[in-house]
Each structure stands twice: as C-alpha cells, then as structure tokens.
Design a protein around this ligand. Structure first.
Ligand code: ASP
Length: 434
C-alpha cells in the first residue's frame, strides 16, 4: 500500500536532503503546487499530486539510495586521517563547511530561524527535541558558540552534555579523535565540536553516523557563525530596504587566520554581483585560494592594506580580531591601530547606513586596536543583534539535522515567565520577526 502523500513527500525530501524550494525545482513544479501536495489529506487546500510525479520521485529515490549504498561501501575502512565528503545540508548530515549550502538552502535555513524567533525571544516554548541529547565538545576557548548551541538545544526541549578543553577529556590520556567520536555517538544524538586543528572536525565526522557540527576548526571554517552573519545581514538589510545581491561588503582584520571570514565570504558569494573589499595587515591576507574562488564566481574582490578607501562605499563593515593564538612564528603586525574601527572613523569614512558586524569576542585590551567600545549603543553597530541571532539559527540547524523542522509550529506553547523588553541596556528596539 502506498504511504499517505504527505508522508511520502516528506520522506523523499528528507532522504534527498532537499528543501521544498529545491525539491519543487527538481520536480519542475511550482513551490505552491508542492505546498498543496504536502498538506494533510483532510485539509481543504490539499491537492493530489499527479501519478507521474509519484513515479518520478520513486525513480529519483531509487537512484539516490543506490548512490548512498556505494558511498557507504566506499566509507568502510576509513582511517582517522581520511575525511568525509561534503553532503548537502539536511537530515542526519554533518555540517562541516558552508560549501554544503546553496543560496536556496541558506535562505531556507534563515526562514526557519525566523520561525524559531518566538522561542528564541522567550515568548513561546517548544519541545520538539524532548529526550534528545547534544554533546558539546569544545577543545578551544568559547563563550558564544558553546552557550548558544546549548541554549538552542535546550529551548527545543533537549538536554546538553559537555566537555571543555583537552585536560578534562580522555584526549589528555592519548585517546584518538576516532575513539572519542565513536564513544560519544553512544551517548548523544548530535555533536558540536570545536578543535584547534584545521580538518579535525571532519575526522570526528568520519567516525560517527550521528550529525557532527563544526563549531570552528583551527583557521579552517566556522560555518554556523557565517550563517548567523548572513541572517543578521538579511535582517539589517530588510530594515534598511536593501538587498544582498549587489552589496558591498568590507571585511577587515585577520583574514588569514580568521575562520569566520573564510566561511562568510564563501557563503555570501552564493549571492549575485557582490563586491568584497578585503582589508588586512600585509602578513594576514585572505588565503589566495578563497580569493580565487570568489573571483571565479564572478564577484569583484579588492585586496588592500588601507582602511580608508575600502570602507567608504561599503554596506557592511565586518571587522575581526587578530588571532594571535594561531600565529606560527609571525610577528604581531605593526600599525595595528590603523585597522581599528571606532566612532570617529565610522562617522568620517562610512555611509550613514553602514552595518557594523564582528563575530566577537572583541579584544578590549590596550594595544589590541580591535573594534572600539565607543560605538556601543549606536544603531549602526549590530554586534549584539548578531550574537542574539546565534540561538534561532542554531535551533534551525538542529531542527533540520534531526528532522523535526516540520513539527515546530504546532508544538509552540506560550512562555509564562517575565522577560525584559530589551536584553541589553543599550539595545535599540527593532521590529521583531515572528
Ligand atoms: N569567535 C570566533 C571564532 O571562534 C571569532 C574569534 O575568535 O575571533 O572563530
């Protein structure tokens, strides 16, 4: 007997790891038509899909399952040094790199984050992950990533186990990444890993079938931060009436070791006609292969060592910390003060509607010349809207990876506890989403 149409289509999208948009595109139908096929049979708007569509989907699925079987066979015997290939972002996939996203899937994730906002903003509660366990494995310093992943999982009803630093994990006793990862898979449903070595999170992924999320691998990538950054740019631009296509993004600071900049520029390059101004000290430029990829995708990239020209026309100024902890013998660059973003510079050099972002933490010590605190409370500074967005985006990531995204709306209940009108004393009130 055929399963109900809704179940059949949902399973197909999960198996194929496709969003509604990409699935409709693949089937050659409109998203609206697909939406009506996906309704429960008893709904007034429900439409039966044509038999030919069911046959076509069955064929695609058979094909995809064949591919999955051979991929699994190829996987057999992976050693800890081998890596897993990037799969499209979806149910039970790992999230290792922004390369797994298309523009459509990145936009779909942001739309799901919008649906999570009432929970993230503590107006509603949601229990779709009740009973599920997250393992947060952080082998490097973290405040935002570790706590916002935990908050996101908790707010979906799940619980969190964590370990921080090498000292308090069995890695201090010489345990391999493979053994740690396989062991944790027996205790948790999803893992977030931060590790100082580039490529190491892939090794965790190679040793498990539960989803592994890259929470930052050395100077490699920080994909979930880039998704937060993209979502924040979307929100700020919608307030300002701007589109991401055609935007001018200035990225400033340590572009060599700043993994968030690597992920962000690749993610934004999914949009059209972008202009990127990359400003760094000469010894800390963006890796050449990334610049090359962005230029190959048809975008305009200028590399410079001077702030003034690069930021005058920018729509977004994304500034970053110098990652001294990753230096391998390099001297701390001279003239760091010429890269400092402060109120005077923003007033004098930038457009009045500039959006200033920073992945944080900002280094507020003397001589660091990171983002100055004198912009705090200024509406152009979106850094705490950016950190707040860590929760809904990470909720959307968990819901997608664990296949409960379709259950969120109907599981919402009112939250009953008191919440302040704004979270920080300097926050400006922005039209809430959802
Ligand atoms: N928090 C970000 C990261 O983990 C940025 C930084 O540390 O500067 O990469």
């Amino acid at each position: 007997m055929n399963p109900p149409q809704q179940t059949f289509l949902r399973d197909a999208m999960r198996t194929l790891r496709m969003t509604r948009e990409s699935f409709a595109l693949r089937l050659g139908c409109t998203k609206r038509a697909l939406d009506t096929w996906l309704l429960p049979d008893e709904s007034k708007e429900f439409r039966a899909m044509p038999e030919v569509a069911r046959k076509f989907i069955t064929e695609i699925l058979a094909n995809a399952r064949g591919v999955a079987v051979s991929a699994a066979a190829a996987h057999h015997g992976l050693t800890q040094d081998e890596t897993v290939p990037n799969k499209e972002f979806g149910v039970l996939s790992h999230l290792l790199s922004v390369d797994q996203f298309s523009r459509e899937s990145a936009d779909a994730l942001c739309a799901l984050a919008d649906a999570m906002q009432p929970v993230a903003r503590r107006r509603k509660t949601c229990r779709v992950l009740e009973g599920a366990v997250l393992a947060n494995l952080f082998f490097e310093a973290s405040t935002r990533t570790r706590l916002s992943f935990a908050s996101a999982f908790n707010r979906l009803g799940g619980s969190v186990s964590d370990t921080t630093g090498f000292t308090y994990s069995s890695m201090a006793k010489g345990e391999s990444i493979h053994d740690t990862s396989r062991t944790v898979s027996g205790y948790a449903d999803v893992m977030v890993v931060r590790h100082p070595d580039q490529g190491s999170v892939r090794q965790f992924a190679a040793a498990t079938n539960i989803p592994v999320i890259n929470g930052g691998d050395g100077a490699g990538e920080h994909p979930t931060q880039a998704l937060i950054d993209l979502y924040t740019v979307q929100q700020e631009f919608s307030r300002l009436g701007k589109l991401i296509d055609g935007a001018h993004i200035a990225i400033v600071g340590d572009l060599k070791y700043g993994r968030t900049t690597h992920s962000l520029i690749k993610l934004l390059s999914l949009y059209k006609r972008m202009r990127f101004s990359l400003v760094s000290p000469p010894s800390l430029e963006m890796p050449e292969e990334i610049c090359h990829l962005i230029a190959q995708r048809g975008h305009n990239v200028d590399v410079s060592h001077s702030l003034s020209e690069a930021i005058t026309e920018a729509d977004v100024l994304y500034t970053t910390r110098i990652q001294k902890e990753r230096f391998t013998g390099e001297a701390v660059p001279e003239f760091l003060s010429s890269y400092e973003i402060n109120k005077k510079r923003v007033n004098e050099l930038c457009r009045p509607d500039i959006v200033v972002l920073h992945p944080l933490p900002r280094d507020s010590r003397d001589g660091a010349f990171d983002l100055n605190t004198d912009l705090d409370g200024d509406s152009r500074l979106a850094i705490f809207r950016q950190t707040d967005n860590g929760v809904p985006i990470r909720m959307a990531i968990f819901a997608t990876l664990l296949g409960v995204d379709g259950l969120v709306q109907r599981s919402l209940r009112d939250a009953n506890w008191a919440v302040p009108l704004t979270l920080g004393p300097d926050d400006i009130i922005i039209e809430p989403v959802g």
